[in-house]
Design a protein around this ligand. Structure first.
Ligand SMILES: [Fe+2]
Length: 319
């Protein structure tokens, strides 16, 4: 007879330790090396790094690596994403910002705007901000209060009749959070034409059409003629539009008027007002609608220049 083989303990059932207690969850070996890999990338930051970048990049790298691992991102997919971002950059000019548009459809600009607003706000009565969007232009004409931002509207324009039907008088005050008027504030306003295009997108529109700046009077009042805005699709002829298609998403923004309201000593307010009756009010392609910014245009009587009336006060916060 050969040597007796001592009794060996039977292997514990799966999920139990030898003493019958549940096993402590152990990360698979590759997780430890994955964490070490990510830590090594973060640790490569040098002692003289830009302080803000040194503070935020570890989080960016962790989330970026975690995303790639979570979805098992392949080289082909990553390469397609790099090409996509490059295409956004190459398409961007001073008249079109495709990379910003990409951020918009991912909700990033709206999210960052809300974070910034929360950080800087000093009063709950301040008018909420909304995204700048990709179509702002500096140096819109400074116009007298009560004048129009509609240029050269003639019957030969295809959307002439709609412009007449949508003509609107927009007015209100610029106030402090305690309700005091702010004289000398500049109300910079812009919106799309009834064909859904901003003037820089449309060769048939005059330069700076539907754009203007107005200075508030001693009572903080501003007034102008504009149009009740229409819903429009964000540009779909670039990579951002292609991504919307791949995600089976619509490209429309509810009708809105953009504003930047600024005054010395006050924090500039970038915001938008949205037409409550717009069919896209609850499904903005760029996720920028806030309840406090949804307004109702009311019929305007006795004014041949406007069929609609909007009165809205902006409340600014101190710098
Ligand atoms: Fe817009």
């Amino acid at each position: 007879m050969g040597q007796m083989i001592p009794d060996l303990p039977l292997p514990a059932p799966a999920g139990l330790r030898m003493n019958g207690l549940p096993k402590k969850p152990q990360p698979p070996p590759q997780d430890a090396s994955a964490a070490a890999f990510t830590d090594a990338v973060i640790a490569a930051t040098g002692p003289n790094a830009n302080p803000r970048l040194a503070a935020i990049m570890p989080s960016l790298v962790r989330h970026l690596h975690a995303f790639a691992r979570e979805v098992n991102l392949t080289v082909a997919e990553w390469s397609a994403a790099v090409d996509f971002l490059n295409e956004c950059g190459k398409m961007s000019t001073d008249r079109r910002n495709e990379t910003q548009l990409l951020c918009d459809i991912l909700g990033l600009e709206s999210l960052v705007d809300s974070i910034t607003s929360t950080l800087l706000s000093t009063s709950t009565s301040e008018t909420p901000s909304a995204i700048l969007g990709p179509f702002y232009r500096h140096s819109a004409p400074l116009l007298p209060n009560g004048s129009s931002i509609i240029q050269n509207l003639s019957p030969s324009i295809p959307w002439h009749d709609q412009a007449l039907a949508d003509s609107a008088h927009v007015s209100g005050r610029v106030l402090s959070s305690s309700g005091k008027p702010i004289p000398g504030a500049v109300v910079d306003v812009w919106h799309a034409a009834p064909n859904g295009m901003y003037e820089q997108q449309d060769a048939d529109q005059p330069e700076m059409n539907f754009r203007g700046r107005f200075e508030t009077d001693q009572e903080g009042r501003y007034a102008l003629y504009a149009l009740r805005p229409v819903a429009y699709p964000i540009p779909e002829d670039g990579p951002a539009g292609r991504l919307l298609g791949l995600l089976d998403r619509h490209p429309y923004r509810p009708g809105h008027i953009h504003f930047i309201v600024s005054a010395p000593g006050w924090r500039a307010l970038t915001t938008q007002l949205y037409d409550a009756r717009d069919e896209y009010i609850g499904r903005d392609a760029v996720f920028a609608v806030k309840e406090e910014l949804v307004v109702r245009f009311e019929p305007r009587e006795g004014d041949e220049k406007a069929r609609w009336e909007l009165v809205y006060d902006f409340v600014l916060g101190r710098v």
